[in-house]
Design a protein around this ligand. Sequence first.
Ligand SMILES: O=C(CO)COP(=O)(O)O
Length: 253
Amino acid sequence: MSRKPIIAGNWKMNKTVKEAHEFVEAVKDKVPSPELVDSVIAAPFLALDRIVADAKGSDLKIAAENVHFENSGAYTGEVSPVMLEDLGVDYVVIGHSERRAYFAETDDTVNKKVLASLEHHLLPIFCVGESLDEREGGRWQAVIKNQVTKAFAGVPADQAPAVVVAYEPIWAIGTGKSASSDDANEVCHFIRETVAGLYGEATAEKVRIQYGGSVKPANIANFLAQSDIDGALVGGASLQPESFLALLDGAKA
Ligand SMILES: O=C(CO)COP(=O)(O)O
């Protein structure tokens, strides 16, 4: 079955509100038709209000890079799914390896965030990936299966296809060293089999799986040509308008 590609730029901790605004103004009327590809920018919380307004009426979708799982309350410094929904944010990146490594994100919090996001009509882009140690030690299947299974716990079958899974091997993030497209596809296929184990083949065929880790305009088409890779989650190469647009072009091809 053919799944629509989804390309998401993840800006991480980059860009002031002004810079974010200028970027969105530069690309919003140039992104491909949503019949061909879903185009998404994930930006820091501070920029979201401005760029959701900037992107309104265009085919560019906006994501948050994180969300808390409670609707409100005594959680100093956090942002709730109610707030993001109210702003008109479309997607939210959940469980990025940087959040797992530096901000004590766990499989349990990732799962709560997936459930809370779906409840508030935010589409989760939930991230999985193994470390170099886990890959070299032959443990990647166990690690990935555990991350996927825990993230989907409690997600009803009819909502599972709304979840985008991003496979980002930790050793390929920001290193310039991407996985080979065959290796990435092997893991993405394994992710799909894991989802099939939870919900059945028909549902698993609908779930979109991205690859992330040193994706660039020059290599994106190789990844997208693979059977189980339906898009990319891109850090560094999404920071410049020309490069982001080139990634979208590569996904269309
Ligand atoms: O972590 C990533 C996207 O979420 C990947 O980052 P790079 O594309 O900079 O390797």
